[in-house]
Design a protein around this ligand. Structure first.
Ligand code: T4K
Length: 369
């Protein structure tokens, strides 16, 4: 019998039997969106789980980025990383702000703090790094630079659900952090996201912004947007939260198997394991050195595909190489050598709760052969 396709991820789904009574309750309440009961419950429960104080739910992980830039009134130029999903740069562009790319660290794929200062101009107002694959950026150094130059920091923490550093939530760093709860993420509400802030006033303002700027029935305080999470997804999110710890444990086990199975394969490299981090194992990126491995990343990608295994080249092409952005001065490939190399070498292997040991062993054997 032909093997079922193995995709890079598969969504964590709550028990349908537990979901149906919640749906019935929503039907009875006839309150479907606009800060309803389940919305409030999920905000509260997520704050507790993530060990943070202020979180605003959104309809996806892109709108909190766009809104964060609005909330802090960011203008001019924003320093960012090209090694991410396009949404990071798109959010800057949608605000009429110029993205300025800087290169990344070869060991982690995160923004290289050594490159930030040279990119600062009189028009720079903020830094927008990404904790890529859920691995924390060098938050202390980025804070120091931001403080020195009077810049704001917004972290795209789309991959960092539940990640901690030295026992503290990674979401505590920066002026604001954003999360994505997309179906493909460690924790999902189907589509969804959040903006994490640090004071009741900041949260209040963000809550106005995600509701058209309304601060009361007849008062609009800003040109807001509509990005409210509905009750059905909030209820689904409450159920999914109950199983996320077990899902992260299963992901950890998969990472251990991959690291053990592929650790000695010449030409294959993993992301550096940063110390004192509670990881969420959101992705398992491997980097293929064609010369040492004896096959290019793309050939390996095709070979896996021919066996019904669908790894993904996150993040290739590099954002700065897309037609939309490649005209920018900072997008020139010779200015971003590390990011370009990582984008050309990366393949993220399948990882999700429920992926069996025998499937992982099969993937390892195909890569080793
Ligand atoms: N910032 C960063 C750093 C991000 O990575 C993202 C999103 C954002 C911001 C924006 O957040 P959102 O606005 O999306 O909340 C996926 C996701 O759509 C996207 O959320 C994610 N990052 C990005 C890295 O990956 P695709 O186009 O690669 O997904 P897709 O549809 O090809 O799905 C991948 C695999 O997952 C499929 O082959 C099978 C499996 N899958 C997918 C879906 C949607 C399922 O099994 N079931 C499903 O329902 O973008």
């Amino acid at each position: 019998m032909e093997k079922q396709p193995i995709t890079v991820t598969s969504p964590l789904l709550p028990d349908l039997n537990e979901f149906i009574p919640l749906l019935k309750d929503i039907w009875n309440r006839k309150w479907l969106t606009n800060n309803g009961f389940y919305h409030k419950e999920l905000e509260k429960t997520l704050c507790k789980y993530l060990d943070i104080e202020y979180l605003s739910l959104f309809t996806n992980g892109t709108l909190p980025l766009i809104t964060a830039l609005q909330a802090l009134r960011i203008t001019g130029e924003v320093i960012t990383t090209p090694y991410s999903f396009v949404a990071t740069t798109h959010a800057i562009w949608w605000n009429g702000i110029k993205p300025v790319f800087v290169d990344v660290d070869p060991e982690t794929g995160n923004m290289n703090p050594d490159k930030i200062e040279a990119a600062i101009t009189p028009r720079t107002t903020a830094i927008l790094p990404v904790h890529v694959y859920g691995n924390p950026c060098d938050v202390e150094r980025i804070k120091k630079i931001a403080d020195t130059y009077g810049l704001k920091v917004i972290y795209d923490a789309a991959h960092s659900f539940g990640v901690k550093i030295n026992g503290k939530s990674i979401l505590e760093y920066g002026d604001l952090s954003t999360l994505s709860f997309h179906a493909t993420k460690v924790y999902n509400t189907i589509e969804g996201g959040a903006l994490v802030s640090h004071s009741p006033e900041q949260k209040q303002h963000i809550d106005y912004l995600k509701n058209f700027g309304f601060a009361g029935e007849t008062t609009v305080v800003a040109p807001g947007i509509n990005s409210k999470m509905d009750e059905i997804r909030a209820a689904y999110g409450l159920l999914n939260l109950k199983q996320v710890d077990s899902a992260i444990e299963q992901r950890k086990h998969i990472v251990e198997l991959y690291r053990r199975g592929l650790g000695n394969v010449k030409g294959i490299r993993f992301i550096k394991d940063i110390e004192n981090v509670r990881h969420n194992y959101a992705y398992f990126p491997t980097f293929i050195n064609e010369r040492e491995y004896g096959m290019s990343r793309d050939s390996l990608y095709e070979k896996l595909k021919s066996q019904n295994i669908f790894g993904r080249r996150y993040f290739y092409p590099l954002i700065s190489n897309f037609a939309t952005y490649r005209g920018l001065e900072s997008a020139a490939p010779d200015k971003l050598p590390v990011a370009n190399r990582l984008a050309n070498e990366v393949i993220c292997l399948p990882i999700y709760a429920g992926l069996g040991d025998e499937d992982i062993e099969r993937i390892i054997q195909i890569i080793k052969r």
